[in-house]
Design a protein around this ligand. Structure first.
Ligand SMILES: NC(=O)c1ccc[n+]([C@@H]2O[C@H](COP(=O)([O-])OP(=O)(O)OC[C@H]3O[C@@H](n4cnc5c(N)ncnc54)[C@H](O)[C@@H]3O)[C@@H](O)[C@H]2O)c1
Ligand SMILES: [Zn+2]
Length: 369
């Protein structure tokens, strides 16, 4: 059932391994990178309490020295304060340029640990062991890391490609339902980016993924990682084509920023953002009618948000406020919002010629006033 994918980035190329029970069998993958070196495992309380016992025998067998550094769970950990505390603690423990950082947790741990690894001694080796569906299918691939500032999400960060990504799908069965759905939001994105066959497969097989069937998880994580790896290989530093992995995200980020980051899971917002992106694509005549209905029906089947009040019913969803958020998006250039839209399933494009009126109509369709 094991799958291996190569991310081709010249001297920074690396493998992504996807399999059940990978932690217990990680020695052949970790040994060539870690043997004899000091290791800093960065994790949070939930993940280290649940799963460190599966990783520690391997670490014990390949290095004399490894330490656990725990950060807080949740979006608040992506702050200057918690990064400073982490760096301080790592330096106090004598972490030097020969050490290897293992990011062991969800996307939050991956982003903070990746940033810390890139900053300590101007960059030390990083291994990603993601433990959420979101991080296995998306955030651990591509080398982006970072923290939030009071001005917005992920505004400070860097690129540091990992030496390897180990995706153990067995870990996903303990995820709370909304965390699983959040990762699924990104999977729907990859289905829409890939093509009709992949999206139809999801429409038929989503229940096997949501019930954490190992072979379905391996298959779908491979599909997501392969899509992202292909795009990242062509545009590592996000100067052009990498924008396509932001399908649905211009809307999603506006929903999250407007409601307050952390109010609901990122991937739930992405799912609604995908419905919005498809609706907008139809509205401006870029694609035939019907795709947004299909994506909405699918979200309904998976019991994911189909309107703004499903994300949060205590937020006042005002279209002009949401539009303003989009104007302040990282990807907006010279006042022109860059939307990733679809010509058809599997055929995305970046479009910055959308009228405010069309965006308003899409937002109203989702329940904004
Ligand atoms: N760098 C990138 O390219 C990129 C891409 C997408 C998202 N992200 C970032 O990822 C973050 C979201 O990551 P996330 O969705 O993984 O959330 P998360 O890291 O906050 O994890 C969600 C919760 O699940 C818990 N958890 C983790 N693994 C578990 C397991 N196996 N069983 C039970 N509980 C577990 C965590 O402790 C946490 O409480 C956001 O900050 C987002 O900005 C980064
Ligand atoms: Zn995302």
């Amino acid at each position: 059932m094991k799958q291996t994918l190569r991310v081709n980035l010249g001297s920074r190329s690396y493998d992504i391994i996807i399999a059940p029970e990978l932690l217990q069998n990680s020695k052949p993958f970790l040994d060539p990178i870690i043997a004899g070196r000091r290791v800093a495992v960065i994790s949070d309380k939930i993940v280290s309490n649940k799963y460190l016992n599966l990783l520690s025998p391997t670490l014990d067998s390949i290095t004399d020295s490894w330490d656990l550094f725990r950060i807080e769970g949740g979006e608040d950990a992506k702050s200057f304060g918690s990064l400073e505390k982490l760096l301080d603690s790592m330096l106090a423990h004598g972490i030097d340029r020969q050490c290897v950082v293992i990011a062991f947790g969800g996307g939050v741990v991956g982003d903070v640990a990746g940033f810390a690894a890139g900053l300590i001694m101007r960059g030390i080796d990083l291994v990603q062991i993601p433990t959420t569906l979101m991080s296995q299918v998306d955030s651990s691939v591509g080398g982006k890391n970072g923290i939030n500032t009071r001005q917005g999400k992920n505004l400070v960060g860097s690129f540091l490609q990992p030496r390897i990504v180990l995706n153990d799908v067995s870990l996903l069965s303990s995820l709370p339902s909304d965390e699983l759905k959040s990762g699924y939001g990104e999977i729907v994105k990859y289905g829409l980016l890939r093509g009709e066959d992949e999206f139809t497969w999801l429409e038929k097989n989503f229940s096997t993924i949501m019930s954490c069937n190992n072979s379905a998880l391996v298959e779908v994580i491979r599909m997501g990682c392969e899509t992202k790896a292909g795009i990242v290989s062509e545009d590592e530093l996000d100067r052009g084509k990498r924008a396509l992995v932001n399908l649905g995200h211009t809307f999603a980020h506006a929903f999250e920023a407007h409601a307050g980051f952390g109010k609901f899971q990122h991937g739930l917002s992405v799912e609604l953002g995908l419905i919005a992106a498809c609706d907008l694509s139809e509205r401006i005549g870029l694609c035939e009618k019907g795709i947004s209905l299909r994506v909405r029906d699918h979200a309904n089947d998976v019991e994911m948000p189909v309107k703004l009040s499903d994300l949060s019913n205590e937020t006042h969803w005002k279209k002009d406020a949401l539009y303003k958020r989009m104007l302040h998006d990282k990807k907006t250039i010279n006042g022109k919002i860059n939307f990733v839209l679809l010509r058809e399933i599997g055929n995305p494009c970046v479009c910055n010629e959308v009228t405010q009126q069309a965006v308003y109509e899409t937002l109203i369709q989702l329940g904004a006033v």
